[in-house]
Write a protein that binds this ligand. Sequence first.
Ligand code: ADP
Length: 885
Amino acid sequence: MDINILIADNDPDVLGLAEQLLNKEQYTVRTATTGKECMQAIYREKPDLLLLDILLPDTTGTAICQKIKNDPDISSIYIILLSGINIQADQIAEGLNTGAEGYLIKPVNNLEFTARVKAAQRAIIAERTLRESEERYRKLVEQSPDTIVIHCEDKIVYINPAGLSLLGYKGEEEIIGKSAIDFVYPDDRARVGRRIREALSQDQPAPIMEERFIRSDGSVIQVAVKGVPLTYHEKPAMQVIIRDITDRKRSEEVLRESEERFRVLFDEAPLGYHSLDADGHLIDVNQAWLDVLGYSHQEVIGQWFGNFLTLAYRESFQKRFQLFKRLGQIHSEFEMISKSGQVLFISFDGKVGTDVMGNFKQTHCILKDITKERQAEQMVRKLSLGIEQSPAAIVITDHQGHIEYVNPKFTEITGYLLENVKGKTARILKPGKTTEEMHQKLWDNIQSGHTWKGEYLSKRMNGEMYWESVTVSPITDQEGNNSNFIILVEDISENKKMIEELIIAKEKAEQSDRLKSTFLANMSHEIRTPMNAIIGFSGMLSEPGFTEEARNRFTSIIQSRSNELMHIINDLLEISRIESGNASVKKTTISLNSMLDELEVVFAQKAARTKKPVLALYVEKNLSDEQSLVFTDDYLLNQVFNNLIDNAIKYTESGSVRFGYHTPAEGMITCFVTDTGIGILKENFQVIFEHFRQADIPDPHKYGGTGLGLSICRGSVALLGGEIWVESEPGIGSTFFFRIPFEKEAINSGPGYKPLQEPTRDDCNWSGKKILLVEDDQTNMEFLQVILAPTGAELVTVINSSQLRAMYNRLDFLDMILMDIRLPDAIGWDLVKEIKTIRPGLPVIAQTAYAMSSDRLKSEEAGCDGYISKPINKTTLLGLISKYI
Ligand code: ADP
């Protein structure tokens, strides 16, 4: 190592020689000749070694020496004083005392000079090395992140900056002089004191120990402490190294807690855990795993996992395990068998654990027993399927009655889809049609856990009303609170309708029972009355002693009573015809005006016979004869007018009876029959049109009747495509209206014969004509013969079909056949058909006791030219024959 040398001497020879010698030794040398130059060179060059003459021209070496040693910046300069031979020893001593390290007496031997400089050089280098070492140590201590304290005689004599910040102090004066024990946490003090003493007495480093210190702010820190005995200022002392381990301790604590948590999780987790090796053998399982399957730890560790699976899953496990290892993780569900043999549904999540190289190490798998969930799911699926497919409509609401679900049946019944009603209050749970009181009752009931049942008239989405039967039941949660309501809705409209119909039918049956009795009583009366006269008077006819006049009167009574009886029977037949659905309509073009005219003539006579002289009859016709032509069934129309006018006359004592029609409108014509009779109470407006029903009047017997006339009218009007109704005021009179289609038909579609109102012809002379009478009843045959005898016609008779058929080859000679329809061995219509194929032009008139209008049609269809019903009216028959013969 090199050193800088400064030589200060005023003797140029000394300087020259010394410079020469030192240069030779490769030293860097500076020179000064005065004290001033010397000081300047010192501050400039900072020499390591100063060779200083004791006597300089401007100062002494001693003075310079003093200056140097008093200035710490330069005090380390090694000084060798140079003195002349003449220099007193005390001057040298003074120089040494001021700090010079040595001296040389001039003239100096060259070898000695060089040796002295080299010795000085060694000393300088040793000094410098020591200083540097001290400096390093000082820096080490000062900058150490650990706290370093020197403790001597129970006092802190040194503390480094890290120590100050560790303990939270600003300056060392706050600490120096205090005992280290003062900073130790009270609980640890005895232990720490003991350790210090032990270490000092054994002069051995004390092992690292953990203690707690108190900081200036009172907070406690965890530290690791190591004490090393040393000598400090020749006294036994302790160098203490302290490291703050609070964070480490905290981390350790956190780690410990986390480990603890993991341990608890592992041991006490509700989920099973297992780990498998590469071959699928169990390495580890937790308690939950064992609990689920019922095995002990020893029974499972080392076992192949597949052994715990059901057969179906065991087979696929090998493949799935390879897949799992390849994918690194897996989620699946499978079936395991517990030790007791129970099959468990297991949900499984696995992850592969790898080593640092990424190779398979073991699996980490979590298992959950989902048997109950699976069973519950299946049950829920079953239940929800049941609800979905329920034949009853089901609504589920929340606890406030807001709809959460409706099943398809609900939609089918009401038309509402779930999205139409979701979130809305179920109608049944909010006051609407129901009264507030009823609604409250319902809520009270269901909220106290009871089921409510009721029937409501409700509205479908399309506005249609329907009856529903509703059952509301609360669903309670685990705490027993109502969490939902389930509403069962059943469409009972059909039932209701059925019940209503049953009630009506029952009432009707009862009523018809009553009516039947009344009817029978009426019938009995109605039939017995004329029968009484007929039997009575016909008996009297055969008795002697009566005048011709009396006998004629008897006959007339018998005839009129027989007609009455006939009327009743006709009505009965007519109603049964309508009722049985056998009625048919045969439309032809007729003149309404003519019909009314004829009715007027007939009823004028009838009215006259009633001996109600003050009763006037009026016909009202608004149309010309031509205009009054209508395409309708004249029989049915005539029948309606007949019945209505008949009634009008019957129930009117005085005043008038008007009948006719209004001007047709919109293809319909309204006909009417008005009287000024007894009138009808409003409540009877409907019932009088029902069979056997009569209005409640004070003296029904006075009028008699069967209660069938108006039902026949109603049936006939309906057949004509119209309707009938009445307007009336008791005591003032009644008007019966009926409205029927007013249709025109260009071509007259039929012969338009009129069985009831045939024109009469008194003068019938048919001599030369041959009429065949087909009739099985002897009396009827006789009657026909009696009627026809005066006409001069030749009568041929047959009594059955075989006789008739025997005549088929002789039909040519006949002019007409009167054909009975009901023969013992055939139906007359069939025979007519046969006859018409043989001789189509031969007129055939059907005469039958089948008095229904359908018979008339059948007769026409069979080919009959005319039709007359029994009992045969002589005039009608002759009129009819005259038409065709
Ligand atoms: P009937 O006249 O044989 O009793 P209907 O069926 O013709 O039967 O009439 C039913 C009932 O209607 C009658 O019993 C009578 O009470 C009432 N009625 C019918 N026509 C009249 C009328 N013109 N004036 C008052 N009451 C009438």
